[in-house]
Write a new protein. Sequence first.
Length: 123
Amino acid sequence: MTPSAKYAALGSGAVCAIVLCLWPFLDAPARSGVLMAAAVALPVQIVAFAAIQRFRGELNGFLAAWIGGTLIRMVVVGAAFVWLAAGFDGGAPMLLALAGFFFGLLLLEPVCFRVEPAKTVEA
């Protein structure tokens, strides 16, 4: 199993478990907001992880993927805030769940990240 597939499986399981644990405590608009946050956060995180995994051996590519993924997450959270300000009914739970999913999924990345073997020069 590739590291990206492993991350996608672990991330999907974690997001599903969190949504199922929160479900009884949420009303209908909050449920839709949390589901929308899960539907947005998971693909964004999987693509960002796949990018940093792809460029793990190239310093410039890795940093570009890392910074690009961070900027994309910030734009997504900013767009969710704009949607909240526009009066979306489940906006507050969506924004909180989105930030929480991003943070939790970021914590899963080291579990699945495969480090490139060191390339050293022998004297």
